[in-house]
Design a protein around this ligand. Structure first.
Ligand code: ADP
Ligand code: TRP
Length: 334
């Protein structure tokens, strides 16, 4: 019997990742790396692929399948250990959709009207402001509440969704009696965001200013060489703190390496092209074990699918235990 009770000693931490395309350095440093490090936290860690949420934006069967499998490959390649983290696909657990209906029935429409994603879509006059997008926060609340985690690490943009989950949990508990635990959001602010290759915006698929750590080396080279820099000539001294190449290099380098590169900038006679070459080298060296592992996993997709299935079996024990409690409380259990 899974320990869904409050007496469980180990804290539980859970997060979901919506498949949305090829991952980049912003995703890696801003979310993925932290998710994987959770398995060292001594807490029970759950990470899942939120493919039901992707249906709000992806309407292409092949694309969705590719995105899901690629995201699984990315996480396993960077070190997610399925023996330490319960790693699964949301749609493998039917209780997510089932409980969403029940929680829909206690969620005020006014609460969902305040949710950013839906509000933005309506403001932009989008024809894609579907019922699914409107209900996105309730599905996300279920994703969280069904596993009774203590902590939910999310990016800043998702904080509101965790607050909505807490509100829905509180409302349900008040009406029917205590079932759900109110989770705490853990906002990963990083040391600021990862800057994009345009040097202006945060790295994001929507700005097309990304470096994809699992792309072909040729593509990565093109992305790195395309980083926008100022026009200070090679001979002149440069300010490393103002430069995008240096900022990206700093994500990988240890203190001594950073200092050594900064000194080259300050001394002059060192061009941005030279800095880009160092960044490329450093980055490829950093990701080499991950890239090799991903390559190996790509040849074993059945193995990857089995990992997700095993993760789903473990997750389902928790989900079905919570569902049974909810069904009992609301009277669906005659
Ligand atoms: P994109 O902006 O490319 O569509 P997503 O919105 O899918 O990226 O991001 C998924 C996660 O990765 C979020 O939790 C977000 O916090 C993190 N992330 C994305 N881009 C960055 C960035 N440039 N810097 C830091 N974190 C980022
Ligand atoms: N909406 C989250 C995002 O876009 C993904 C997500 C779905 C999630 N369900 C979740 C995150 C539950 C944390 C907990 O990033």
């Amino acid at each position: 019997m899974p320990s869904t009770s409050k007496s469980s000693v180990k804290k539980r931490i859970l997060s979901g990742v919506q498949p949305s395309g090829i991952q980049h350095l912003g995703n890696y440093f801003g979310a993925m790396k932290g998710h994987v490090e959770l398995q060292q936290s001594g807490m029970e860690s759950f990470i899942f692929i939120a493919d039901l949420h992707s249906l709000t934006t992806v309407r292409d069967q092949k694309k969705l399948k590719d995105m899901v499998i690629n995201l699984a490959l990315d996480y396993l390649a960077i070190g997610l250990d399925p023996d330490k983290t319960v790693f699964f696909r949301q749609s493998d657990i039917p209780e997510h959709a089932e409980l969403t209906w029940v929680l829909n029935c206690v969620t005020p429409v006014s609460m969902l009207e305040q949710a950013h994603a839906y509000k933005d879509a309506v403001t932009k006059g989008s024809k894609d402001a579907t019922a699914g997008l409107f209900d996105y926060p309730v599905l996300m609340a279920v994703d969280i509440l069904i596993y009774k985690p203590d902590i939910v690490p999310v990016g800043k943009d998702q904080k509101q969704h965790v607050e909505i989950a807490r509100d829905i949990a509180g409302k349900f508990n008040r009406i029917y009696g205590d079932v759900f635990k109110l989770p705490e959001p853990m906002i990963h602010e990083l040391r600021g965001f990862v800057v994009g290759t345009d040097g202006v915006n945060k790295m994001s698929k929507s700005y097309g200013n990304v470096i994809n750590m699992f792309a072909d080396e040729k593509v990565i080279k093109k992305q790195v060489m395309g980083i926008v820099t100022d026009s200070t000539p090679v001979e002149a001294p440069k300010n490393p703190d103002m430069d995008t190449v240096f900022k990206l290099y700093s994500l990988f380098a240890v203190e001594d390496e950073k200092k050594s590169l900064a000194n080259k900038y300050i001394a002059g006679g060192f061009g941005y092209g030279d800095a880009k070459k160092l960044l490329l080298e450093k980055m490829l060296e950093h990701f080499k074990p991950f890239r090799d592992e991903r390559e190996r996993l790509c040849q074993n997709l059945d193995f990857v699918k089995d990992i997700l299935k095993t993760g789903a079996q473990k997750a389902r024990e928790f989900a079905s235990a919570t569902k049974a409690e909810v069904w009992e409380k609301v009277g669906l259990n005659i």
